[in-house]
Design a protein around this ligand. Structure first.
Ligand code: PSV
Ligand code: MN
Length: 425
């Protein structure tokens, strides 16, 4: 826990330097623009996935960092800590069965005491669990055996029930279903069986819930994936009905995919539901958001802000915003603080784009001007605006700085132990 006096001591120490930078920037931007972006930054929250609070490892090994949360209660405490530091992580996303709450009401209250709500619930039919009757080795909703499909449907409905008890309003379904060799399955049958299963899950959704169908090009299957790209996800979501949407995970595309164009068109069709932020150089690398391709992240936010405005959607609540990452060499909490910062920076830069001038340049085929407009926003250092938004929201000027000053990881290791390992991948 961060004590209020630690926070105010930290902010007092950094206040003068911050004010210098902020005053200069606000003058450059004009106070109207600065205030407009500040108000949106204060509102904008990014959910933290429960499985990103520990080190993920790779198939070659896992190097635990110590002090990882050992229970759902400790995971909530970790997200509460992040939120106290940045006031931008006011939601947590759970994965079932990794995070089954023993007492839903008590867990909901614990989260509320940290100012947290429950974002999308995630089901898991990509692993077999101890005591499970049927195996998902050859898929779940696509499986040739109706008993396996039924088990997967029932699991998803179970996840909805857990989510209802916690006040969540959405279910994210990511299926690892697919095939690793040509000829292994019938694409059509796999699609139809999966659609049938999703229909049963959809029918169990409460009236005010959404279902997000997350796609992924490859891994763990390496020849075909049954929800392999945004077109397939869009097809399922359209056939399911108005409560079904596509979820875009930035790491789930083939190399060089134009993700900004994908989100633009999904938004236009009213079928973009949620986001999993991370960054990658090669595949689903699960690296810190903005660490490899910050310009791409900005371009995506540029389409998001524009597309949401076109549909009259509230930026903070219109879509599900979430990080989905895995940490192998960095402290997971430090990494998450960096990701939230990078996401908000890209969002702020997108809010700075001069849309009227951009539209004019486009209509006049002035390619150079259009490029200049985007790059001018991207190259403006808006970090003082982010710090000011945090200050006004009651957070730390430098969340990572305060995390380190207070030696939080050392304290977590002292209370939880060096060998504490979080559940998840
Ligand atoms: C799959 O790679 C994924 O992106 C899905 O969102 C899962 O729920 C998550 O990672 C954790 O395994
Ligand atoms: Mn994901």
């Amino acid at each position: 826990m961060i004590e209020p006096y630690q926070l105010s001591h930290h902010n007092a120490q950094h206040e003068a330097a911050h004010q210098r930078k902020f005053t200069f920037l606000a003058e450059e931007l004009g106070s109207e623009t600065a205030e407009r972006i500040l108000a949106r930054l204060i509102d904008f929250q990014i959910a933290i996935p429960s499985w990103a609070l520990g080190t993920g490892g790779t198939r070659f090994g896992r190097f635990a960092g110590g002090g990882e949360p050992r229970s759902l209660e400790e995971k909530i405490a970790d997200v509460g800590l992040l939120h106290a530091l940045n006031k931008s992580s006011g939601a947590i996303s759970l994965h079932i069965p990794w995070d089954i709450p023993s007492d839903g009401e008590a867990i909901k209250q614990l989260a509320a005491s940290h100012g947290l709500v429950f974002d999308a619930m995630n089901s898991n039919t990509f692993q077999d669990q101890a005591g499970q009757a049927h195996s998902y080795k050859f898929g779940s909703l696509q499986h040739t055996d109706a008993r396996v499909r039924k088990q997967a449907v029932e699991h998803n409905i179970d996840v909805i029930r857990h989510g209802e008890a916690l006040g969540s309003k959405s279910l994210t379904v990511w299926l690892s279903d697919g095939s690793s060799f040509p000829g292994q399955l019938s694409f059509r049958k796999a699609f139809e069986r999966t659609l049938d299963g999703l229909r049963e899950i959809y029918a169990a959704l409460p009236a005010d819930w959404k279902i997000f169908v997350e796609y992924k090009a490859f891994e763990p299957n390496f020849y075909s994936t049954t929800v392999g790209d945004w077109g397939q996800s869009y097809l399922y979501a359209s056939k399911l009905g108005p409560k079904a949407y596509t979820l875009v995970d930035l790491g789930h595309h083939l190399p060089n995919a134009n993700i900004e164009q994908i989100v633009s068109l999904l938004l236009m069709e009213g079928k973009l539901g949620g986001f999993h932020f991370n960054d990658s150089k090669y595949g689903d690398d699960d690296l810190t958001a903005g660490s490899i391709k910050p310009y791409q992240l900005f371009l995506i936010f540029n389409e998001l802000a524009d597309g949401m405005d076109a549909r009259g959607l509230d930026h903070a609540t219109g879509l599900g915003w979430m990080i989905d990452a895995s940490h192998n060499v960095k402290d997971p909490l430090e990494d998450l603080l960096q990701s939230v910062e990078a996401i908000k920076l890209a969002y702020a830069q997108a809010l700075l784009v001069d849309r009227t001038a951009l539209e004019n340049a486009r209509e006049n085929n002035d390619v150079a001007a259009a490029q200049e407009i985007l790059q001018a926003a991207f190259r403006t250092d808006l970090r003082p605006l982010l710090a000011e938004a945090r200050l006004r929201a009651g957070a730390a000027i430098s969340p990572l700085g305060l995390f380190r000053e207070q030696q939080i990881r050392r304290k977590l290791i002292e209370t939880r132990g060096l060998k504490a390992v979080a559940t998840g991948l």
